[in-house]
Design a protein around this ligand. Structure first.
Ligand code: MIC
Ligand code: SF4
Length: 643
């Protein structure tokens, strides 16, 4: 039997395990990336491992998330990352150079290689045929030290693309259609592979928009073939030597197949508060809007920006609408400026932001109360914009630009002829904002600078013989890491200060949670299906650990979050019968007899509800390595024990 693209890359990088879907495998990682909101932790953990220099082919640290410097905290973290990376052999992409995924796609991504990043949208690199995966910071630290990265061998879902996109229909509409088809749990345990005749009609940045939002499907990764279009993109980036051809074998087998006809697609929008709540823009047309934000790692490429500029040229943004534009990288920003398109955006009334994540992570530009915001981003989770009652819709740059002018939801295909946007065949290359690390010799004299906001990382404990505690919080399905550990201007500066961060834990769901958890020394959390979807932030495990959470019981878990829980010694267990969820109420007293023994070697345990006498069977779906890690109280202890 032949191999798919993902299977070929996995086979080349397999360190241990067997390539059977559902089994744990270990992979060699060629490249890593971090961003600043997760990077500080990743580098503190890397330092704790006591390794002098990274062992990857390439590791890059980006500063793109925490760029609003309302106090010393973010600036201190940036300086820490700049000095620690210089010392340990990691490249440093300075603030102002752009969003990690966009810059990595332009300057470093390579077909056929593996990449993990402490950010869930690392699969953006799949647009160039690279296997990019989001991971917790600790897993990235381990990979930087040359350690193996463990995942569950994914199933492969094939999306067959046919036809060609019509005018005013974009790559965002393709992935919104896939989200409509599969839902936010539809990619769990799978790599999404794109193939078919339609592939060659899509540029690399368009492909990257599609693979970027595979994260919203819950997929392990998403990947496109590497073909002539890929080669032309790499040539335009003066990196043609990095190109290899990559396509599936003719007899490759897939676990599921879907077809998307690009010609039949219409502009789509993901409605509040989930990326899979998809409707056609024509159904929403006429709805008054308050804000439009264009940018993010999903839609901030040069072609996205040039399209928007062409649509706004000579027009004025509607008086009731506030429009923000954040180009994805310095390369994009400079080219926009040099060709005059930036002037068209400014003249139309766009508020131009720096090339960073910005409003996507709630760093400014929060909508007005109950405001309707159209964003070209990838997540519209409740309160992520920084305004608790805002209504965020995810749309393409084309729909965003059309609506910014009219002040109402507008289907761009009703606008007549689309402006012709000419893409240059070469990009402006200038890596002056990427600092190279010191040599091994020089690094001895480099002092790592640590600001006062950097506090020690909490370390987990081994599980108790018998677990006796309270059901401290009960939540529903599709809880995101934005619910568990919100972001935004007020919270993000404390990403390296867990005690302070804990004051915000779960406050989106329950304002009193942090105080209650502290008063009761933690307990167990009960969740629904897909618990922990969304961001890779390990703070969504670290902070509950700090608050005394011993275990999370859920109907099912999201991939990166479950790995983070295990890394920090919190035991994840699933309900054998999801209906048992109803037999438990917040505040109930719980018991698991023989808890530590179950973690050591049982596949099942019984959860006893001491308050009402009910019981529920729990499944412990863990590999031997994961059990050992939990018994040690998390990855850091486990790694130390192994030395
Ligand atoms: C996000 O889009 O939610 C983030 C912010 O990029 C996160 C990482 C983080 O929380 O720092 C992600 O996607 O992993
Ligand atoms: Fe940044 Fe938003 Fe992309 Fe996350 S999703 S990396 S916050 S632009």
């Amino acid at each position: 039997m032949g191999y798919t693209i993902a299977q070929k890359i996995i086979k080349e990088h397999l360190v241990c395990g067997e390539m059977t879907a559902g089994k744990e495998i270990g992979l060699k990682i060629d490249q890593t990336l971090t961003q600043d909101a997760t990077g500080t932790m990743a580098y503190l953990q890397f330092e704790a491992m006591g390794i002098d220099r990274v062992k990857t082919e390439l590791s890059v640290a980006y500063i793109d998330h925490n760029t609003l410097q309302a106090g010393f905290e973010n600036a201190d973290d940036h300086r820490y990352i700049q000095t620690v990376t210089k010392k340990h052999g990691i490249r440093f992409s300075r603030p102002g150079n752009g969003i990690c995924h966009q810059v990595h796609l332009e300057r470093f991504s390579r077909p056929g290689k593996t990449l993990i990043g402490s950010d869930s949208h690392t699969p953006t690199a799949g647009g160039i045929g690279m296997l990019g995966m989001g991971a917790g910071g600790l897993d990235v630290a381990v990979a930087m030290g040359g350690g193996t990265y463990y995942i569950t061998m994914p199933k492969i879902i094939k999306i067959n693309l046919i036809g060609r996109l019509s005018a005013y229909v974009g790559a965002k509409d393709v992935i919104l259609e896939v989200l409509r088809l599969l839902g936010v749990k539809g990619g769990v345990g799978a790599v999404i592979e794109y193939s078919g005749e339609g592939v060659k009609t899509l540029s690399v940045p368009q492909r990257a928009t599609i693979t970027n939002m595979g994260a919203e499907l819950g997929a392990t990764s998403s990947v496109f073939p590497s073909d002539e279009v890929t080669k032309a993109f790499l040539r335009a980036e003066e990196r043609e030597a990095d190109w290899i051809e990559l396509s599936p074998d003719a007899d490759a087998e897939y676990d599921a197949e879907y077809t998307v006809d690009l010609s039949a697609l219409q502009p789509l929008a993901a409605c509040p508060h989930s990326p899979d709540n998809v409707k056609s823009v024509s159904e929403l047309s006429g709805m008054k809007i308050d804000q439009v934000c264009i940018g993010s790692c999903t839609n901030s490429s040069l072609s996205d920006m040039l399209t928007v500029a062409a649509m706004l040229k000579g027009k004025t943004v509607h008086p009731d609408v506030s429009l923000s534009i954040s180009p994805g990288s310095k390369q994009v920003y400079t080219m926009l400026a040099e060709c005059g398109a930036l002037a068209d955006l400014i003249n139309a009334g766009a508020r131009i932001l720096e090339c960073a994540c910005g409003p996507c992570i709630g760093m400014g530009f929060s909508p007005k109360s109950a405001g309707i915001s159209l964003r070209t981003f990838n997540r519209n989770f409740l309160a992520r914009s920084g305004t608790a009652d805002a209504q965020v819709y995810l749309v393409s740059p084309e729909t965003a630009a059309a609506s910014a002018i009219t002040g109402v939801f507008t289907d761009p295909t009703t606008l007549g002829n689309a402006p012709a946007v000419e893409m240059p065949t070469t990009f402006k290359i200038n890596d002056n904002l990427i600092e190279l690390p010191a040599t091994a010799e020089e690094s001895v004299s480099i002092t790592v600078e640590r600001g006062p906001n950097i506090k020690p990382i909490p370390v987990g404990n081994s599980p108790a013989d018998n677990l006796k505690c309270e059901l401290i919080l009960k939540v529903g399905d599709d809880i995101t890491t934005d619910h568990i550990m919100p972001a935004g201007t007020k919270v993000l500066p404390y990403r390296s200060n867990v005690p302070k961060l804990s004051e915000f834990c779960f406050t989106v769901c329950d304002k009193n949670f942090p105080e209650r958890a502290k008063a009761k020394s933690g307990g167990v959390i009960l969740g629904g299906a897909n618990y922990g979807q969304g961001s890779s932030r390990e703070h969504a495990a670290l902070v509950p650990l700090y608050l005394g959470i011993k275990a999370v019981v859920a109907k099912s878990f999201a991939r990166i979050h479950v790995a983070n829980l295990i890394n920090f010694g919190i035991v994840p267990m699933t309900l054998a019968d999801p209906a048992d969820y109803d037999r438990f109420t917040e505040g109930d007293q719980l018991e698991i007899q023989g808890f530590a023994a179950a973690v050591a070697n049982a596949t099942e345990a019984t959860l006893i509800n001491k308050t009402n006498g009910a019981t529920a069977k729990l499944c412990l779906t863990l590999s031997v390595r994961q059990r050992e890690m939990l018994l040690a109280g998390g990855c850091l202890n486990y790694t130390k024990n192994q030395k």
